[in-house]
Design a protein around this ligand. Sequence first.
Ligand code: ZN
Length: 160
Amino acid sequence: MDISADRVVTIHYTLKDDSGKVLDSSSGGEPLVYIQGHGNLVSGLEKALEGRQGGDSMKVSVPPAEGYGVRDETLIQRVPRRGLQSAGEVRKGMQFQGRTDGGMRMFTVTAVTGDMVTLDGNHPLADKTLHFDTQVVDVREATAEEMEHGHVHGPGGHHH
Ligand code: ZN
């Protein structure tokens, strides 16, 4: 069965950066299970998987625009510490949800200077070319219930 919209796809993947450093991998763990065509993967990888079948292996390099985006300096903001809803101390590396013109987004604290906090709304992998090694493990039709819920049920998905 080919990978196409609304099918449930199981893959193993390893993600590397330009230098070959492994950033993320399902190898040795649970495979990734997702519904094709719903923006669950970065668009470049989802596009490359379209039409593939169970048993296929491939390498795909995804440019930033089809990955986690091109770095956007306007997403870096300095805000007063008291403006952050935090139970405790605000430290570098902490993440907060914030509202932007483009909707909700995750911001990472990149600096704390006095009472001012620098927040960066860029994805940590923005500007990076993503190198994926993927193996398609399985492709099946989504059930009516899965389509209604918008997520996968059973192994690798929701149990309820
Ligand atoms: Zn469900």
